[in-house]
Write a protein that binds this ligand. Structure first.
Ligand code: SF4
Length: 460
């Protein structure tokens, strides 16, 4: 068999030059497929979790806890989170999470159950106090039955909340990775991204994280901020590299509906695309030159970093349990969650509803995953990784080649120079150019049904 990128491809429709003349490189970050905006209420006969999980493999589950609270709302963020939660609310939220954990654990039954990885995300999990973080870990351990000290545990934090007392709790409870959203070490850029923070505070937080002795530090940075230049971008990269983080994520800035930047109408145009492509290449090259390897468009890992757990701990495999009102859960046939919103009032309403919920035995909102969606998801998750996709593994799982299932999409990728033609028949891998265009490639692999559902979704 020949690789798709090199074999003759008759009858595959028009070449890319006849299709979309110049695609936009930054269309959508595909970190989970299908996106939550394709989820819908599951109707009056909401499925029982007990039935959804019957027959599912439960020997290597992922566990995810979502804490939907932040100190402030960053201008670029469309995550499900609210600011200024009083202690009374965080307590109610953890109470609800404990009830949910109990219901989910009962639904999983008495069969063999093992968690292979855990993560606390948000929002900002370290918005919780040290005592509340203890309670969160208790819920995961005694409520869900996860042995946090023996599995990879990743926790997201922010410069303002990465305090020694919280980090000490997380280290003691088994955290193996701390991911801090810095975004920029240049104060003016942080302000432009509507993220009020000072570099001095960022450095103090990084010091505290290193002092806590958690093995993996990840730093998130953003490029494409208004006023950012290649020089100022390098300043941020160098400041991050000074901490020798085990991982770095470089995110292109997006302006999304209902976010702070979205409301100010900051433009998205060809110049901005070119700026982001330029800064991406500069960032990638700087990290490669400093002893990092590229894992995906966004992710870079230090070559000598300790190997701890799965690369992408959240949302990437079947068999995920999500606790909290913004978390998703995945079985092989259904992805489900609670309601989703970005706008402040709507988010508050959903959190309040969650904290009042007493019956967590059924899935409320979600999307069914049929054979086509499962194939698309596998292809998306594998192809967007720098190491590419093992075609034999795909064939074993789905009984055919990706080139048979998605000929038009893969032909377009090959035509555009996004697929490496030299990999041989058993590997489908993006070229460096393809990796740079990951956010244009991902959406092209969405099914028509998911596209239609996302297009029909009204942001709120
Ligand atoms: S980017 Fe992080 S800290 Fe900022 S609002 Fe979103 S979740 Fe909160």
């Amino acid at each position: 068999m020949t690789s798709f990128a090199t074999r003759p491809q008759p009858n595959r429709g028009p070449r890319h030059s006849d299709r979309e003349p110049s695609p936009r490189p930054y269309q959508q970050y595909v970190y989970g497929y299908p996106h939550k905006t394709a989820y819908r209420p599951l109707g009056a006969d909401r499925p029982l979790l007990r039935e959804l999980w019957a027959g599912e493999a439960t020997d290597a589950l992922s566990l995810y806890a979502h804490i939907p609270f932040c100190e402030y709302r960053c201008g670029f963020c469309n995550l499900f989170t609210r600011v200024g939660a009083p202690e009374e609310l965080t307590t109610r939220y953890l109470d609800a999470m404990a009830r949910q954990a109990e219901a989910v654990r009962a639904a999983l039954g008495d069969g063999p159950r093992r968690f292979a990885a855990a993560a606390f995300g948000g929002g900002t999990p370290t918005f919780l106090t040290a005592a509340e973080l203890e309670r969160l870990c208790d819920i995961m351990e005694t409520g869900m039955g996860a042995d946090l000290r023996t599995i990879p545990l990743s926790v997201e934090t922010s410069p303002g909340t990465a305090t020694s007392d919280r980090l000490a709790v997380l280290a003691a409870r088994g955290a193996t990775r701390i991911s801090i959203g810095v975004q920029s070490f240049v104060d003016a850029e942080a302000r432009a991204a509507v993220r009020p923070q000072r570099r001095a505070k960022v450095e103090t937080a990084l010091e505290a994280i290193r002092a806590a002795g958690i093995p993996v530090l990840n730093i998130d940075l953003i490029y494409g901020i208004d006023g950012q230049t290649e020089t100022s971008w390098r300043t941020s990269l160098e400041a991050a590299l000074a901490w020798r983080p085990e991982e770095l994520y470089l995110y292109p800035l997006y302006v999304r509906p209902l976010t702070g930047l979205g409301r100010t109408g900051t433009g998205s145009d060809a110049d901005w695309d070119r700026q982001r492509l330029r800064l991406y290449a500069a960032g990638r090259d700087q990290l490669l030159a400093n002893g990092y390897e590229q894992q995906s468009m966004r992710m870079f890992r230090r070559l000598d970093a300790p190997a701890i757990g799965p690369d992408d701990y959240a949302c990437q495999t079947d068999g995920m349990i999500g606790l909290g009102c913004g978390a998703r859960s995945y079985t092989s046939g259904l992805h489900y969650s609670f309601d989703y919103a970005v706008e402040t009032r709507e988010v508050r309403g959903i959190i309040d509803t969650y904290t009042r919920t007493t019956d967590f035995t059924r899935a409320a909102v979600g999307r069914r995953i049929d054979a086509d969606e499962a194939r698309r998801r596998h292809l998306l998750q594998s192809l967007l990784q720098a190491q590419g996709m093992d075609v034999a593994a795909y064939r074993d799982r789905f009984g055919g080649d990706p080139a048979e299932h998605y000929p038009a999409e893969l032909a377009e990728f090959a035509d555009r120079g996004w697929l490496d033609p030299n990999t041989g028949p058993n590997l489908l891998r993006l070229t460096p150019e393809g990796l740079a265009w990951s956010d244009a490639i991902g959406p092209r692999l969405f099914s028509p049904a998911v596209r239609a559902a996302m297009a029909a979704y009204e942001p709120r």
